[in-house]
Design a protein around this ligand. Structure first.
Ligand SMILES: [Cu+2]
Length: 123
């Protein structure tokens, strides 16, 4: 009986939680390849989060580093080929953020120098 009531409560409350989640969070699937991110341009309102679903479809490992105001945040440390991961980040300040792959393998330069980068406009 208790589980029935609990289940009913969850059913009744669920739509509000889901709506809240949809309003405050944007899900973006980013495909990493050798050497690009797609999409490479994202716009979001300040105070919202992005749930990044990152898929490596390249032959080499990649990472995802967020750069804003000369500060770096390593969102994905290392993602091997044919792997996928998720990370959620709250964008609390307006501005233009860059996202980069800083891995330098097998190329002798970081992948962002070969074009593996993108931007997130927070407004
Ligand atoms: Cu890379």
């Amino acid at each position: 009986m208790f589980s029935l009531i609990a289940g009913l409560m969850m059913y009744l409350l669920a739509p509000y939680g889901i709506r809240e989640g949809l309003d405050k969070q944007l899900s973006v699937t980013i495909v990493a390849s050798d050497y690009a991110f797609l999409p490479n341009s994202i716009t979001i309102e300040r105070g919202k989060s992005i749930k990044f679903i990152v898929i490596n479809k390249g032959l080499y490992p990649h990472n995802l580093v967020l750069k804003y105001d000369e500060k770096l945040a390593e969102l994905v440390q290392l993602l091997e080929p044919n792997n996928q991961t998720e990370i959620t980040y709250l964008f609390s300040e307006e501005g233009i953020y860059e996202f980069l792959c800083t891995i330098a393998y097998p190329a002798p330069v970081p992948h962002y120098e070969l074009g593996m980068k993108g931007k997130i406009v927070v407004r």
